[in-house]
Design a protein. Structure first.
Length: 349
């Protein structure tokens, strides 16, 4: 082999030695890093959990001891002042995501009055229901601009148990879905909230269908809540039964506000006002409800409150009997009122 071949062979051998040393070189690391590398193959690395749920659910159960009074023309029962036990259940399921929101509410209220049977007439009931309310409501909104939403609303209001004019009446004057009032509206709403003003809400539905159901035929025949009554002959025999529903179109608006009077948020006032005005069948006729609440929180679960409910329905009637002739005549009920002073035991879960 000539000198040039030996020289080339030497360079190849040198390169092989250098590559071998580099291949078997060691990196010095600290003990923690060494332990991590040693156990790395045994670690089960789980992907991070991303919560994609946009639902929030709140539940409230409330028991009340109440001093209760209603006006003489109250639509469900007689006008006795009383001490009663109320039970409330409120469930909200709300969906909020980007530009949409969907709020759902189930509101149940029951109040009972027990009286000493020995102080009543023989045929009188000593247990009566004098708070009787069920509301199912769903609201779907799409944001238009800041605080303004396009909104669709459906609300059903009725009662749960039968109610009677007084504790000696044999037949109920109202019952479940007799009446039941269903409102379905399209419109817009404005929402604002702050620390001491958590609720400031105005909705306006220029297109609103208001349907009153009376699914008890006896009450429908009597024309309860403004449905067409039964047609009778001269002897009082029914020729044609009364309608079980009444449908009208109109405009509806609602205003809700809640304000913390004290900065510690233990004393607050709220008001919920709703009005529906018929603009098709009987222009100017309508329905108005207003609920005012004043509440003071003693502890997390105990509070004192005052509630005033006002109601005006053009379809509500009261019956008055002339004691001289015994004849009964129906009149417009006008403005109705219910008041409660309560001590509350509340649970949220």
């Amino acid at each position: 082999m000539n000198k040039r071949g030996l020289y080339l062979l030497g360079w190849i051998a040198a390169l092989l030695c250098l590559s071998g040393q580099a291949g078997f070189s060691q990196v010095v690391v600290d003990s923690k890093t060494a332990d991590f590398l040693r156990n790395f193959d045994h670690q089960k690395i789980k992907p991070a959990h991303i919560d994609t749920s946009y639902w929030s659910v709140s539940r409230e159960l409330r028991f009340e001891m109440a001093l209760h009074s209603v006006s003489k023309n109250w639509y469900q029962s007689d006008n006795r002042s009383s001490l009663r036990l109320n039970m409330y259940s409120l469930i909200n399921a709300n969906y909020i995501r980007e530009y949409t929101r969907w709020n759902n509410t189930l509101d149940l209220r029951l109040g009972f009055l027990w009286e000493d049977a020995g102080k009543l007439a023989d045929d009188a009931r000593n247990l009566s229901v004098n708070q009787n309310y069920l509301r199912l409501e769903t609201v779907y909104g799409v944001k238009l601009v800041r605080r303004f939403d396009f909104e669709a609303n459906a609300k059903l209001v009725t009662q749960i148990l039968p109610s009677y004019k007084n504790n000696t009446a044999k037949e109920s004057n109202k019952t479940f879905m007799a009446p039941g009032v269903l409102d379905i509206g399209l419109g817009a709403s404005y929402n604002y909230s702050a620390k001491r003003l958590p609720t400031f809400y105005i909705s306006f539905y220029p297109v609103n269908n208001n349907t009153t159901f009376v699914l008890n035929q006896r009450l429908a025949d009597a024309g309860t809540s403004g449905v067409d009554p039964a047609v009778k002959d001269d002897q009082g025999n029914i020729i044609q039964h009364g309608k079980q529903y009444k449908m009208v179109w109109g405009v509806r608006t609602q205003f809700k506000i809640k304000y913390f009077i004290l900065e510690n948020q233990k004393f607050w006032a709220s008001n919920d006002f709703s009005i529906f005005v018929d603009y098709a069948e009987n222009p100017g006729a309508g329905q108005i409800t207003n609920t005012f609440t004043l509440s003071y929180e003693i502890t997390k679960n105990i509070s004192l409150s005052y509630n005033m409910n006002l109601r005006y329905y053009d379809s509500d009637r009261v019956t008055r009997t002339d004691p001289a002739t015994g004849q009964s005549t129906q009149y417009y009920a006008g403005l109705e009122m219910m008041n409660d002073m309560t001590i509350n035991l509340k649970f949220n879960f």
